[in-house]
Ligand binder design. Structure first.
Ligand code: GDP
Ligand code: MG
Length: 198
């Protein structure tokens, strides 16, 4: 009997990692590409395939088995914090199914976080979408740093009290899978009963 799974119809689920430069977006994808295959024993996660760098973003393609017969493609992108061209940013955000905002917890990066967050919100609205309607997760990265702002204070300063967040040390792989799990749940839950097991 064949164990081949059929790909789900339609395009891949797209998750965009945004945030200030040097916050740890690329590090998230690098950590996932290392960590996910070791979780492949779990039924829902088949494999993490490739990373590739382009002018505009990093891309990590994943395939998830969402039930016994169906594979779902998921693409994780990063968008550079500064040098990202407006049109490309709009296009990526227009097509995003979910957003992970990677904040840099270091106190001296607070303004950069606030600026990047405002820029993402503006780009979503430029793309004709309502910020409230786009599934989003905040990752508070670099919480290992001495001058990291405690999470409750940082969430308040970002104007994000009550929003879902994950504390992370992406360079150690901490909080990285949790972040993907949280955004996956938000993106996929409305479509079907889905509980990621990675
Ligand atoms: N201390 C610390 N450094 C980190 C963490 N995450 C990423 N970095 C480092 O921060 C730098 C910038 O990360 P990068 O992923 O390139 O940032 P990007 O510009 O958002 O893609 C790199 O030197 C990473 O190794 C973390 O959680 N803690
Ligand atoms: Mg990067």
């Amino acid at each position: 009997m064949s164990t081949a799974k059929t790909p789900a119809a339609g395009r891949a689920i797209r998750i965009v990692y945004c945030g200030p430069s040097e916050g740890g977006k690329t590090t998230n994808l690098e950590a996932l590409s290392r960590m996910l295959p070791s979780h492949s024993l779990h039924k829902l996660l088949q494999l993490a395939t490739e990373t590739q760098r382009t002018l505009y973003f990093d891309l990590l393609s994943l395939q998830l088995a969402i039930d016994a017969d169906t594979m779902l493609r998921m693409e994780l992108f990063t968008v550079p914090g500064q040098s990202f061209y407006l049109n490309a940013r709009r296009r990526v955000l227009r097509e995003a199914d979910g957003i992970v905002f990677v904040a840099d917890s270091r106190r001296h990066r607070l303004d950069a976080n606030i600026e990047a967050l405002a820029e993402v919100a503006a780009a979503i609205e430029d793309a004709g979408r309502d910020v409230e309607d786009v599934p989003a997760v905040l990752q508070l990265n670099k919480c290992d740093e001495d001058n990291a702002i405690p999470h409750a204070e940082l969430m308040r300063l970002l104007g994000c009290d009550g929003e879902p967040f994950v504390e992370a040390i992406a360079s150690d792989g901490k909080g990285v899978v949790e972040t993907l799990r949280l955004i996956s749940r938000q993106v996929l839950a409305p479509r079907r009963q889905f509980e990621p097991t990675f």
